[in-house]
Design a protein around this ligand. Structure first.
Ligand code: PGA
Length: 259
């Protein structure tokens, strides 16, 4: 049984003080629910908010994990503007998003770079959340499976088939559009991803958590996660409001405790 994982991707939003306010609001909303340890909640704020959030989470012993939105694959050196895996670990980070479509598209990150980032994360004891997903034209052209397989083949070069990783299926046409995939489409894509993971990590693929991302809301979260291969969600827009992300956690928690 895989434990559901809900990750909030704040993207380039929330100052340090806004992040701290958000955490206090979220903690009030969700008190007593996440303590149950049945759902993992991960927050991925901008780099600047990681350490202050970590201090609050640690001092109040909150059942919340921190994630970063990116990292660089070198540990130190002349890489202006980059952040190393060790720097993230020191800030209390345990997950890191790698290869989000916004970085693949706007910053031309290749699958080869993303694989190196994931590998560096694993080496530092962080869990990479590897993002893959197709454009609308690829979907409409009937090429979703081939696209996902190619992205996985290249981006999973780092994987030894047994270290802990998370994969997020994020169809680009569903990100920030208000038009989520159907639960059936999310399940079909996540099943393709799991089949591909089996090729590299035969005994381990069933333990890898596969998330769906793209216009997830408190209203559609439980339905989107109803497929056997969908183990959680990567949430952008709806995670900016503490009440909405808490609503997603509650919806999934309720579903999970019934099942
Ligand atoms: P969204 O973003 O929830 O706003 O669609 C998801 C993501 O980009 O991870």
């Amino acid at each position: 049984m895989r434990k559901p994982l809900l990750a909030a991707n704040w993207k380039m939003n929330q100052t340090v003080s806004e992040s701290l306010d958000w955490l206090a609001d979220f903690n009030r909303e969700i008190a007593g629910v996440l303590n149950n340890k049945d759902v993992d909640a991960v927050f991925c704020p901008p780099f600047t908010a990681l350490y202050p959030l970590h201090q609050v989470i640690a001092s109040q012993k909150m059942d919340i994990c921190l994630g970063a939105q990116d990292l660089f694959w070198q540990e130190a050196g002349a890489f202006t503007g980059e952040i190393s895996p060790g720097m993230l670990a020191e800030c209390g980070v345990s997950y890191v998003i790698c290869g989000h479509s916004e970085r693949r598209t706007l910053l031309q990150e290749s699958s080869e770079m993303i694989s190196k980032k994931c590998g560096a994360a694993v080496a530092a004891g962080l869990v990479p959340i590897l993002c893959v997903g197709e454009t609308l034209s690829i979907r409409e052209g009937g090429l979703t499976q081939e696209w996902l397989e190619a992205q996985l083949y290249e981006s999973l070069d780092f994987w030894d088939g047994k270290s802990e990783i998370v994969v997020a299926y994020e169809p680009i046409w569903a990100i920030g559009t208000g038009q989520a995939a159907t639960a059936a489409d999310a399940e079909a894509a996540c099943a393709i991803i799991r089949d591909n993971l089996r090729e590299k990590g035969a005994g381990f693929a069933d333990q890898v958590r596969i998330l769906y991302g793209g216009s997830v809301t408190p209203e559609n979260a439980a339905e989107l996660m109803s497929g056997a291969n969908v183990d959680g969600a990567l949430v952008g827009g709806a995670s900016l409001k503490a009440a909405a992300f808490a609503g997603i956690c509650r919806a999934v928690f309720a579903e999970n405790s019934q099942g």
